[in-house]
Design a protein around this ligand. Structure first.
Ligand SMILES: Nc1ncnc2c1ncn2[C@@H]1O[C@H](COP(=O)(O)OP(=O)(O)O)[C@@H](O)[C@H]1O
Ligand SMILES: [Mg+2]
Length: 363
C-alpha cells in the first residue's frame, strides 16, 4: 500500500476511534455496550435523485428477498426508512410501528436497538422514518446526524438497507457517499437517466472533497484546482492529471477507485431494454467520471407492483412468481455476491464523515 493511502487509512481510523470513545460528551448517544466492528455491518443506501422511480419498492422488496436468503442462518436484514419528512416505507411494507427514528432524534429513546421492530417477514427488521417536517435530514444538527449514523453502523445486522429521501440535497448525497457502494434506482426514461448520472457525479464530488478534508497537506492544492475548474468535473479531472502533484493524483485516483455505486433499472418494458439502458449508462458514466459502476439488474414494469402497493403487501410476498419478484431475487443474489465491495472502503469514509461532523465543518 502506498504511503499516501496508508496515511489516509490511518487518519480515518484514528478519528473513528476518537469518535467512538464512550467518554466523549459529544458522542453521548453512541452506546459502547454493543460496540462491535463496524466492518461487520454492510450498509447499502438506496437513492435516486428524483422521486417516483420505485426506490421504496426496490428497498422493501430487496430487503425481503435478502432476508429470505438468510433463512436458516443467524443473519438479519435491517430496513431503515431514511426519507425523514416524507416516509412511505412503512406503507409499502404494510407495517406501522409506533416508534420511529423521530424518537431517537428527540431523545425519547436513546438506543437504536430499541427502535428496531421485527417484521412478519423472515429475518427482516425495520425502523420507520419520521414524519415531522422539522426532522428532514437537512434540518438535523450535525451531532444528531453523526450520532444517527454512528448508531446505524453498530446495529446487529448483516445488511442494512437505507431508503433515502428523494432529493439530491447535500445531506442525502452525504448519506449516500458515506459508503462505497450505494444503489441508485433509475427508470429507462432520459430524464431519469440524467438525474441518476447527476446524482452519482455529485455524490462522487462530495466524496472526493471529503477525502481531501482528512489530508490537509494536499487540500489547498485540491481546492485551488477545484476553483479553477468552477465545479466542472471533467476539467477538474484533467487539471489533476496534468498539473497535480504525485500525491494529489494518488489520492484522487484512490478516491475514484473506491467509489463503486450500483444501479437498478426499474420499470423496463423488457429485460433487454433494461440491459441496453444499463450498458449505455455504465459506459457513459464510467468514461465521464472514471469510476466503476456495478449493474445489479432490471425490474419490469409489472401490474403486480401496483397491486401490492395498493394492498400494502410487498410484491415479493404477495406474488412471489411475478416478473418483478423474479427480478428482485436475482438482484438480491447479485448484491449479496458482489465481492467487489470492500468493507474497509466504507470504514474509511465513515471515519471522515463523522470527523467532519464532529468538527462542525461543512464537507
Ligand atoms: N416495477 C414497477 N412496475 C409498475 N409500477 C411500479 C414499479 N415500480 C414502481 N411502480 C409504481 O411507482 C410508484 C412509486 O414507487 P415508489 O417505490 O414509492 O417510488 P419512490 O420511492 O422512488 O418515490 C409505486 O406506487 C408503483 O405504483
Ligand atoms: Mg420513496
Amino acid at each position: 500500500m502506498s504511503l499516501v493511502l496508508e496515511k489516509l487509512k490511518d487518519a480515518a481510523r484514528t478519528r473513528w476511534s476518537e469518535i467512538l470513545k464512550p467518554s466523549q460528551k459529544a458522542v453521548e448517544l453512541v452506546h459502547s455496550k454493543n460496540l462491535h466492528s463496524q466492518d461487520s455491518v454492510r450498509l447499502v443506501p438506496i437513492a435516486s435523485g428524483k422521486g417516483g422511480v420505485g426506490k421504496t419498492n426496490m428497498a422493501v422488496n430487496l430487503s425481503i428477498a435478502a432476508g429470505l436468503k438468510f433463512v436458516g442462518t443467524k443473519k438479519r436484514v435491517l430496513l431503515i426508512d431514511g426519507d425523514l419528512g416524507m416516509p412511505s416505507t412503512d406503507l409499502v411494507l404494510g407495517i406501522r410501528p409506533n416508534i420511529s427514528i423521530n424518537n431517537l432524534i428527540e431523545k425519547t429513546i436513546d438506543d437504536i436497538d430499541k427502535l428496531i421492530t421485527a417484521t412478519r417477514f423472515p429475518q427482516l427488521d425495520f425502523i420507520a422514518g419520521a414524519e415531522e417536517a422539522s426532522l428532514i435530514l437537512g434540518n438535523l444538527y450535525y451531532q444528531q446526524r453523526r450520532s444517527l449514523m454512528g448508531q446505524i453502523s453498530k446495529v446487529n445486522a448483516e445488511l442494512v438497507i437505507f431508503d433515502l429521501g428523494a432529493s439530491a440535497s447535500k445531506e442525502v448525497l452525504d448519506f449516500f457517499s458515506m459508503t462505497s457502494s450505494g444503489i441508485v434506482v433509475l427508470n429507462p426514461e432520459p430524464s431519469s437517466i440524467r438525474n441518476g448520472y447527476t446524482f452519482i457525479k455529485n455524490a462522487l464530488i462530495r466524496r472526493i472533497r471529503s477525502e481531501f478534508e482528512s489530508l490537509s497537506e494536499y487540500k489547498s492544492e485540491f481546492d485551488r484546482l477545484n476553483t479553477v475548474a468552477r465545479g466542472n468535473f471533467q476539467i477538474l479531472a484533467q487539471n489533476v492529471e496534468k498539473v497535480g502533484s504525485k500525491e494529489l493524483r494518488e489520492i484522487w485516483n484512490t478516491a475514484l477507485s473506491r467509489f463503486k455505486p450500483m444501479i437498478i433499472i426499474n420499470r423496463v418494458e423488457t429485460l433487454s431494454e433494461g440491459l441496453q439502458t444499463a450498458r449505455k449508462f455504465v459506459k457513459n458514466a464510467e468514461s465521464l467520471l472514471g469510476i466503476k459502476i456495478f449493474y445489479l439488474g432490471s425490474v419490469m414494469r409489472d401490474e403486480a407492483v401496483v397491486r401490492a402497493v395498493r394492498t400494502q403487501c410487498p410484491f415479493r410476498i404477495a406474488d412471489p412468481k411475478c416478473q418483478a419478484s423474479r427480478s428482485i431475487d436475482m438482484i438480491a443474489n447479485n448484491l449479496l455476491s458482489n465481492k467487489e465491495l470492500d468493507l474497509s472502503d466504507n470504514f474509511l469514509s465513515l471515519g471522515r464523515i463523522f470527523t467532519s461532523r464532529l468538527l462542525g465543518r461543512p464537507i
